[in-house]
Design a binder for this molecule. Structure first.
Ligand SMILES: O=C(O)c1cc(C(=O)O)c2c(n1)C(=O)C(=O)c1cc(C(=O)O)[nH]c1-2
Length: 248
């Protein structure tokens, strides 16, 4: 009789339920995001979040390009490339879309920052940079299938985007309405992305229980990236309270 008692893989339904069950660790529950939704942030604090999060925005298409560069499956590349266009924008034939990074800069302006204050990264906290870099490095170094799985926190993203759309107009009436465009746009984009990423992950990683458990670890890693990013932003605001904003 075998010494090993490897449990059988979960069914795809069970596996999907395990992935969705990780939502309790999503950054929507981080104290900083809870405060944001409750209207407890000052203008400076909301600006600090937008300025720091810009680094995540500009790294997402670099992360997706790393996945493409490692991926030898043309069918996957054909779908994945859309994510780069979503963020970087495009000009193809007569059609032009400024893209998500530009929408985020406009969010910066809507909360009272200048374009230059956002794009220069001069408000970026070192620990926020490290958290985001960990995600990009993961996508560069790990097999592309694992990097695809690491995008699945987007299962939970429409909820947090919707929360901002619902709460900001009353909690932060001074934010120009145009600033919410990014979140509105992501509602449909994130749902489409996650439909593709989830379908692939459930198929590819369902051969063994060990592979399925690896995906849960990967998803936890990505939850940790987002949690650490929120920690970094929150702590940075304590520094600003104590020392005053950075100059230069
Ligand atoms: O505002 C958020 O809370 C949030 C979270 C996430 C996420 O869960 O990774 C993404 C986004 N937004 C987002 O706008 C976005 O484009 C995005 C891409 C990805 C990814 O991992 O490829 N995550 C996210």
């Amino acid at each position: 009789m075998s010494q090993h008692h490897l449990p059988p893989p979960w069914s795809k339904e069970e596996f999907e339920a395990k992935l969705r069950g990780k939502s309790s660790g999503y950054h929507i529950h981080h104290p900083f995001h809870v405060m944001m939704a409750e209207g407890k942030l000052t203008q400076k604090q909301l600006q600090g979040w937008v300025a720091n999060r810009f680094y995540y925005q500009i790294c997402i298409p670099i992360k997706d390009a790393a996945i493409l560069s490692n991926c030898d499956d043309r069918e996957i590349r054909r779908e994945w490339i859309q994510r780069i266009l979503d963020h970087d924008g495009y000009k193809i034939g007569g059609i032009e879309d400024p893209g998500g990074i530009e929408a985020w800069i406009r969010l910066g302006e809507a909360v009272g920052l200048t374009r230059e204050a956002v794009t220069s990264l001069r408000h970026l906290a070192p620990a926020a940079r490290f958290a985001v870099d960990a995600y990009v490095n993961f996508a560069r170094r790990q097999p592309w299938q694992e990097a695809v799985a690491s995008s699945l926190t987007e299962l939970f993203a429409p909820h947090i985007h919707q929360q901002r759309i619902d709460t900001w107009p009353t909690q932060y009436p001074w934010v120009q309405a145009e600033g919410l465009h990014y979140f509105k746009q992501r509602l449909t984009q994130a749902r489409r992305d996650v439909e593709h990423g989830l379908r692939f992950t459930l198929d590819y990683f369902s051969q063994t229980r060990a592979m399925q458990e690896r995906v849960l670890e990967i998803l936890q890693f990505k939850l940790d990236v987002l949690w650490a990013l929120a920690d970094a932003i929150m702590l940075d605001q304590c520094h600003i309270e104590i020392q005053g904003p950075k100059h230069g």
